[in-house]
Design a protein around this ligand. Structure first.
Ligand SMILES: [Zn+2]
Length: 142
């Protein structure tokens, strides 16, 4: 006896026992293998995900196994790069610099940096546009 994991055209998965591999092929060819769930004739052997643990070579570089960033993370990284490439990092001077730009004491440009919540709030109160960045200010991209 041989057991196959089967899948029908409607994506139902089920297991069936057959006398042999040939018997399975024969029954399948004669449309005698049907879905256990919906009775569909269009049934095929399911592709089994191999349950094999990869043996890693010693020379594998650390970090090589890290999963790629999700599209959302990727987008955030791209956005961060864009902002950091096109803006000036004024660090903790952010609030003062934003005010200076607003009042015309400093050249108009895009800046980013750190500001205390209160400072950011008072900037907004004064009509200075401030956007909180979704990644805080811990370390730069790249
Ligand atoms: Zn089915």
């Amino acid at each position: 006896m041989i057991r196959y994991s089967l899948k029908c055209e409607n994506d139902h998965s089920f297991d069936s026992w057959f006398q042999s591999a040939e018997a399975f092929e024969k029954l399948l060819g004669a449309d005698m293998v049907t879905c256990a769930v919906c009775g569909a004739y269009n049934v095929e052997k399911a592709i089994m995900a191999p349950q094999v643990r990869m043996v890693h070579k010693k020379d594998t570089k650390p970090g090589a196994l890290s999963a790629p960033a999700s599209p959302a993370e990727q987008a955030l990284i791209e956005m961060r790069k864009k902002i950091e490439d096109n803006s000036e990092d004024v660090g903790t001077n952010f609030a003062a610099e934003a005010r200076a730009i607003h009042s015309g004491d400093a050249p108009e440009r895009s800046i980013y940096g750190e500001a205390k919540i209160q400072d950011a709030k008072s900037l907004i109160d004064d009509g200075i546009s401030v956007t909180p960045l979704p990644w805080g200010n811990k370390g730069k991209a790249n």
